[in-house]
Design a protein around this ligand. Structure first.
Ligand SMILES: [Zn+2]
Length: 231
């Protein structure tokens, strides 16, 4: 094989053995589940990956699907993904059930857009596992976006939809996260949205938030937002 055709893992730089989807394919609804006629798996991004970095992700991918699709801020696409794709995965896997439906507690949250207090279930997430998922996605998107360049620095992930229940139930319950989300929304408001299926996922790249370091915002189901800072 000529050396120009050899591809290298987006994560570690070892020779690639396959390609993996960024973000994971399970995030995007299958046609039978989407409830809309539109194909939401158009032009999905893939990056070259070594065996180790492709394999290590498979259980994390379903965990990520669970946490993202159960977020109550999502659009209808996300809600449907939770009641179809995720529901099937939960039936199949006790491990996923244990991890994803961890410590459910009945809670009330304030929805400022509708000015409503809603009853929901709060679940306890594994922040390190989620950050690992977003670290992989960030490195994959960086490789894709910056002309196949591998990012070898640190990525800090700010998961805007996680809340810290604290002691108060209503108005201030999710205040800090709401503020973070407002700031991120403002910083990215005029920046191009990239992705062929934006109702399921798109990302934005901002070079001006912190000098020298790009920041990236991932938006799943128009409601689950994560800001990644590369440094
Ligand atoms: Zn690798």
């Amino acid at each position: 094989m000529p050396s120009s055709s050899v591809e290298y893992c987006y994560f570690c730089g070892a020779p690639a053995t396959s390609r993996e989807h960024v973000p994971p394919k399970c995030i995007f609804p299958e046609k039978k589940d989407s409830g809309v006629k539109e194909d939401l798996r158009k032009s999905l991004l893939t990056v070259p990956s070594c065996h180790v970095h492709n394999l290590s992700k498979s259980t994390d991918d379903e965990y990520l699907l669970a946490i993202l699709s159960m977020n109550c801020d999502n659009n209808e696409i996300g809600r449907t993904q939770a009641t179809t794709k995720l529901a099937r995965a939960l039936l199949r896997s006790d491990g996923l059930k244990l991890a994803a439906l961890n410590n459910p507690v009945r809670r009330h949250i304030y929805d400022p857009s509708r000015r409503l207090i809603l009853e929901t279930a709060a679940l306890t997430v594994d922040p390190e596992r989620l950050k690992r998922c977003f670290d992989h996605i960030g490195r994959g998107l960086y490789w894709h976006h910056f002309n196949q360049k591998r990012f070898t620095g640190q990525i800090s992930a700010h998961i805007e939809f996680l809340v810290n229940p604290g002691n108060d139930l209503f108005g201030e319950f999710n205040h800090p996260q709401r503020r973070l989300r407002e700031l991120a929304s403002h910083a990215f408001s005029s920046i191009q949205k990239i992705g062929a299926n934006p109702s399921a996922f798109y990302y934005q790249v901002n070079h001006n938030v912190i000098e020298l370091y790009p920041a990236m915002r991932l938006v799943f189901y128009e409601g689950s937002c994560i800001t990644l800072v590369f440094g």
